[in-house]
Design a protein around this ligand. Structure first.
Ligand SMILES: *Cc1c(COP(=O)(O)O)cnc(C)c1O
Length: 379
């Protein structure tokens, strides 16, 4: 048996939406993106959303929207995907690595207080694996220090913390619809906020600086009621990027959004089965304090001292695994910002990510569990 690590759950609904965009012959930035943004606002419960081609772009523009001065500092967890820490660098800001909490692998409050300095202007918590960061404490801290909060929600979509949707706690929430994530548009991302004015200028930034969407302008090209010659005109007032979502991606996203709660529930069910199965193992422990009844997880993993041997054992059984993540300062590019973070540097060595996706079958989970048990018995 071969078991994949991640797999998107795709079907007729996505295809039908794509076909509709084909029939209209509009597959770039267009009305589907606008509809997806509107439905996303409704789903998450926020005032404004901007569809982008990735969460990497969302994190970049989220920091851009505050207009921070060059050289100011942004607090990011040491264990996360590179994009979280690239975002300040894109904006000529400095990332400051904050150690993670040993259990939840989200930003450590203790180290956050320690690493804060007067040059810090923002903090970017990551809900690692889908486990919510301590948003109430982070928000309190941020308020007391006048820090902006950008939530990196790339590991979660639709989950709540203390009754409030993740992505709506901070000033801006950033989501990923990359193929492997909680829901997908192939590649894609969304930035959302309750502060419409704050993120509105990012609509131009995502579309090469142009302040009007082409698809709205073209309607004016043939408008017989407005016989002016200026329908082609647009303004460029800011540095632009080509970061827009397109209607093909939005077609997939609109269908995925309808399935998101179901996919989250499926993943929760799988995690319950995994947790039950590993309960009595001696050398293999859950990666996170999983509570699938409360939270929606994107990732399931375990901790094992003999991590690399376990990876090889599972590989020999046809089971795909991963490691999320190497602490960023261990990479050459981020080494210059190495500032300690001893917990991160120790605990990641035991991390293994196991197969988890909505359509994962019970037989596949049981096969993974059997293989884990076999390994556990050997030690
Ligand atoms: C995947 C991921 C991103 C980047 O998402 P893309 O949509 O691929 O750009 C950012 N942050 C975290 C924590 C991620 O896991």
């Amino acid at each position: 048996m071969n078991v994949r690590l991640f797999k998107p759950s795709l079907g007729e609904e996505e295809l039908n939406n794509i076909k509709d965009s084909f029939d209209k012959a509009w597959i770039g930035l267009g009305p589907k993106v606008a509809r997806f943004e509107k439905e996303w606002c409704g789903y998450i419960g926020c005032k404004s959303s901007i569809g982008l081609n990735s969460a990497t772009a969302a994190l970049h523009l989220a920091l851009t929207s505050f207009g921070f001065r060059e050289g100011q500092k942004v607090l990011v967890p040491a264990i996360t995907f590179a994009s979280t820490a690239f975002a300040p660098v894109y904006n000529r800001l400095e990332p400051v690595f904050v150690d993670v909490d040993e259990d939840t692998v989200s930003i450590s409050m203790e180290d956050l207080e320690r690493k804060f300095s007067k040059d810090c202007v923002a903090v970017m918590p990551v809900h690692f694996g889908g486990h919510p960061a301590n948003m109430d404490m982070i928000i309190d801290f941020a308020k007391s220090k006048k820090l902006k909060v950008v939530e990196d929600c790339a590991h979660t979509a639709g989950s709540s913390y203390k009754g409030k949707k993740l992505g709506t706690w901070g000033d801006i929430g950033c989501f990923s619809f990359e193929e492997k994530k909680a829901m997908t548009t192939g590649d894609g991302g969304m930035m959302c906020s309750d502060d419409e004015e704050l993120i509105a200028p990012m609509k131009a930034c995502r579309w090469v600086g142009i302040d009007k969407d082409t698809w709205k302008r073209v309607e004016g090209y043939t408008d017989t009621k407005a016989l002016d010659a200026m329908h082609w005109y647009y303004e460029i007032a800011s540095l632009g990027f080509k970061y827009n979502m397109n209607d093909l991606s939005a077609s997939i996203g609109l269908a995925q959004l309808k399935k998101l709660d179901r996919m989250n529930a499926d993943r929760s069910r799988h995690i319950e089965r995994y947790m039950e199965g590993i309960r009595d193992l001696k050398n293999i422990k859950p990666l996170l304090p999983f509570s699938p009844d409360k939270n929606s997880y994107w990732l399931f993993g375990v901790r094992c001292e003999k991590r690399d041997e376990l990876i090889i054992h599972l590989k020999s059984k046809g089971i795909a695994t991963g490691v999320h993540y190497v602490p960023l300062m261990l990479f050459p590019f981020f080494k210059r910002w190495d500032n300690g973070c001893s917990i991160s540097k120790r605990i990641w060595k035991e991390f293994i990510t196991l197969p988890l996706f909505a359509d994962l079958k019970n037989e596949e989970i049981d096969y993974v569990l059997e293989s884990l048990k076999e390994f556990d018995r050997k030690y």
